[in-house]
Design a binder for this molecule. Structure first.
Ligand code: SIN
Length: 422
């Protein structure tokens, strides 16, 4: 079996994984970054809306309250304070890596989404994730300290005496990646849902391994349903119709073409209202009207415009069919404020991790922000920690096969829900 060695092994290539690898490269010479498909194939790349940021100190209290309120006050308040206090630094870091956000006359432009009291979301058209990812990918590829392994699936963790020393993965061949520290940035569980805005290959691999090895989980039943995915028949990934369209004035209508909800409520409230109305009317979708929004659709939302055009929908004159779909996993592998899991040597960051920052329902555009803020903290924490002694012996390894379906995770979600009812 081929064996690779890294000071740190990073699993996953979304914004969290790439930022973490780049930050780690400031301290370490040998980082191995592994991803299941290609670097571009992450949910971060699909992100449309944007990245929330504290605009000024006056905004701190309001941003905090918006995040806590959207999360039904089940958030870890300290984690939210960190998110907000370190948000401007996170933007500076991304800009330093080459990311560009929309500006007007030299000043940042801000948009708004559900649950935000003010416009505080930085964006790049309706392809903010892609814009950030392209910058990060360019930097990662140019960094001689980061070895990239694409098209490898993590199958197991390498564990000795309850300490994690890397991973076992399968691809063109089976490989061991031995490391002193391992960071899971493997994303959420959207791929196990029939209707999701997520890539189907992102199906909770990190969480499944945490379950197998009894690494602590938190709030695993907190799963977010986005109110406005584009309605299409069939099981393929649902295309997102960004909430920022509603921030710009789009309205939701039922089949009688009447409004039935406030469009800028937090998204769990809007999703529930749509599902209730669909049941009441016995229909499979509802409608989003874009014709009255304040900006030019084609210019401001080019990706959405293209998608609608390809389906012969004219958003200037026709309502768009929308349906709620799974979008985000708030719960995950329980971590502290430095991304440390309950297993020594193992860290988690981004959607796979649960810092508690989102509570029961994530505030829009807080996920890219969380990924960057906490990826930086993980990198710092690894750099500051004493190395665990390297383990040179052999590992007992398994394949993920028996875990690679919704059943194991679904079962844990059910147990978590029951535990909450008790
Ligand atoms: C959206 O653009 O509606 C999604 C943004 C997010 O998931 O925060």
């Amino acid at each position: 079996m081929n064996v690779f060695y890294g000071d740190v092994v990073v699993v996953g290539s979304g914004v969290a994984g790439l930022t973490c690898a780049l930050e780690l490269s400031k301290e370490f010479d040998n980082i191995v970054l592994i991803t299941k498909k290609f670097l571009e194939d992450s949910n971060s790349y699909l992100a449309q809306g944007g990245m929330a940021v504290m605009k000024s100190v006056e905004d701190r209290k309001v941003f905090l309250e918006d995040t806590l309120k959207a999360g039904h006050y089940k958030n870890n308040k300290r984690a939210v304070e960190i998110l907000i206090d370190e948000s401007q630094d996170a933007i500076r870091t991304l800009v330093g890596y080459g990311a560009k956000f929309q500006r007007e006359k030299g000043e940042y432009s801000y948009t708004r989404e559900g649950g935000h009291s003010v416009n505080r979301i930085l964006y790049c058209g309706d392809y903010t994730g892609r814009a950030i990812m392209e910058a990060l990918i360019e930097k990662v590829k140019a960094c001689s300290k980061i070895k990239i392994l694409e098209k490898y699936t993590m199958e197991d963790l390498l564990i000795h005496n309850k300490v994690c020393y890397g991973i076992y993965a399968r691809g063109r061949e089976n490989i061991l990646i031995r490391g002193k520290k391992t960071v899971l940035a493997t994303g959420g569980i959207g791929g196990i849902y029939k209707n999701s805005t997520n890539y189907s290959h992102i199906r909770g691999d990190g969480i499944a391994l945490a379950i197998r090895h009894k690494v602590g989980l938190k709030d695993i039943s907190y799963v977010q349903i986005h109110p406005t995915a584009l309605y299409e028949e069939g099981d393929k990934r649902k295309f997102l119709i960004s909430e920022s369209l509603r921030g710009e004035g789009a309205i939701i209508l039922n089949h009688k073409k009447e409004r039935f909800t406030y469009e800028l409520n937090p998204r769990d409230i809007v999703s529930q209202a749509i599902i209730r109305e669909m049941k009441k009317e016995e229909v499979s979708h509802q409608w989003l009207r874009l014709s009255n929004i304040k900006v030019d659709i084609e210019k401001r939302f080019p990706k959405i415009y293209e998608q609608l055009k390809s389906m012969a929908i004219d958003p200037y004159n026709e309502d768009v069919p929308i349906v709620p779909a799974q979008h985000y996993t708030m719960g995950g592998i329980e971590v502290d404020l430095f991304g440390r899991t309950s297993m020594l040597g193992l860290y988690a960051v981004g959607e796979v991790a649960c810092t508690g920052v989102h509570g029961e329902n994530r505030l829009a555009s807080n996920s890219l922000l969380e990924s960057v803020v906490y990826a930086k903290r993980v990198a710092k924490s690894i750099a500051n920690s004493r190395y665990v002694k390297e383990y040179k012996g052999n590992f007992k390894i398994n394949n993920l096969d028996s875990y690679r379906n919704s059943e194991v995770i679904g079962e844990v979600i059910k147990i978590d829900k029951l535990a909450k009812i008790k």
